[in-house]
Design a binder for this molecule. Sequence first.
Ligand SMILES: Cc1ncc(COP(=O)(O)O)c(C=O)c1O
Length: 370
Amino acid sequence: MVSPRPAVQALPAYRPGRNPADLAREIGVDRAVKLASNEVAFPPLPAVVQAVAAAAGETNRYPDNGAVVLTAALAQHYGVDPEQIATGGGAVTLCQELAQAYTEPGTSIAFAWRSFEMYPLLARVAGARAIQVPLVPGRDGGPADTHDLDGLLAAIDDTTRLVFVCNPNNPTGTAVRRAELERFLDAVPATTLVVLDEAYREFVTDPDVPDGIELMRGRPNVAVLRTFSKAWGLAGLRVGYLVAEDPAVAEAVRKTHVPFSVSMLAQVAAVAALTCEDEVRRRCAAVAAERSRLTAALRERGLDVADSQANFVWLPVGEQAAELAAALEARAVITRPFAGEGVRVTVGAPDEDDVFLAALDAVRDGAPPR
Ligand SMILES: Cc1ncc(COP(=O)(O)O)c(C=O)c1O
């Protein structure tokens, strides 16, 4: 038998997420809600639907592997040079391409933990050491939910090629602020690339949480990851991008690009989405307002929920995480548990969040599922 590499054998097998329609059928209810994947509840933007429909008749052709039109649109949007940009089949693919471009056995990747679940997997596949720096309490006596940038800095050594700072952090929703992030960036060695993973940037409302693309200027060892999957509503099409201060970083990522991985439909959809910035801002403001309502409702129920700057909230229920998520699922609400740590709940439409809150109350009252 041909065996995969040991690092690959040790990876967890892919587990498909729960589908709400299947769950509803299984438990015999009209409707289940999915608050597990940090998508937005809004339908795709009308301009996106039109652009995809118009391009559908050309899908016998390969996409532009350089995504020239999208790259130019992004460059104009952010006031950077196209050479500073690399596009990818979702930000997750760009994470893999970064690891391929910058790491090898004997090197390391540093990041906070708990954070985006891809980071340790990237390191394993690359044969690089994962340096995981535990989150710390963001407020007195609170749960560990916030980046420890001093700890992260102290953990970086001369093998460290990449540091991921997920801001806001998935799954806890907390964000690091300008002064501490600037101090951190000033101190990181020039031989380590800091990747500010800003998949949720558009949902940030705290003016003290810096925009990575502004912060990156003048810092050649900083790059920013963004995605069209969340605020821009294109999760199903797979497109993200990296913006780097040093064009050599974007070039290295373009060299490891999985050929044609940003489809033609994803490219036209992203270009169309960028023309709808005002509508996207309105949608993000609605998500932020709903996030406040949900946070307040959870706090009223005695849960120690941090201020989230993303489109999800974190329930720090520790050992009860798996049990709580299973009980919510039995009541038609799909969330994302992290066993032994907490449950992440995506901010949905207000009616979806009401279904979640009612299910949570039922679980806590010990009411049997229908
Ligand atoms: C922190 C973070 N980075 C990157 C991604 C990847 O997003 P995508 O590959 O859909 O662009 C996600 C998605 O959940 C995320 O949470």
